[in-house]
Design a protein around this ligand. Structure first.
Ligand code: ZN
Ligand code: ZN
Length: 161
């Protein structure tokens, strides 16, 4: 069977789940979920006709809800494979454009040059010794002692801790 076949993917995934819970029982004596008869399958959905576009459908639905709020959204949209492919690409670009920022120029916590609500023109910056992202000390709620320690010693950001 083809790797992209939804039934094949579902069946191999249920096999992995079954194996995971079996190992968990053997190693840690945890018995919940072990006796569940895992079975692969493909559920039909009125909007999603393939086995790989749930992300696109969820984002489209969320957008519809936000755009029509407080009214009930109209979640009827085209769902052909061709349309889903195009939508997936457009959504990915939109998300990337909204989220990518220069991590060497902006704070990795607030994504800005100045900490939010900061009146002071002087800002303390601290750089992670692992990923090299920069952070405002203020955005990490560092006091002057924490800051001095991070500045002089080895320091890991919340993403690398
Ligand atoms: Zn910041
Ligand atoms: Zn880091």
């Amino acid at each position: 069977m083809k790797l992209s076949c939804p039934l094949y993917l579902s069946t191999t995934t249920t096999g992995s789940c079954w194996e995971y819970f079996r190992v968990r029982r053997t190693r840690h004596s945890i018995t919940d979920w072990v006796d569940v008869k895992w079975k692969g399958g493909v559920m039909g959905h009125p909007l999603q006709t393939d086995g790989c576009s749930c992300g696109v459908v969820v984002v489209k639905m969320a957008k519809a809800v936000m755009e029509s709020f407080p009214l009930i959204p109209n979640v009827n949209f085209e769902c052909s494979k061709k349309y889903m492919k195009r939508e997936r690409r457009e959504l990915a670009l939109e998300i990337l454009e909204a989220s990518v920022f220069d991590e060497h120029t902006y704070c990795a916590m607030c994504a800005a040059l100045r900490p939010p609500g900061s009146g002071s023109p002087i800002t303390d910056w601290v750089q992670c010794d692992d990923c090299e992202r920069w952070y405002h000390a203020q955005c990490l709620a560092m006091d002057s002692r924490d800051f001095k320690k991070a500045e002089t010693g080895y320091w890991n950001c919340p993403l690398c801790k």
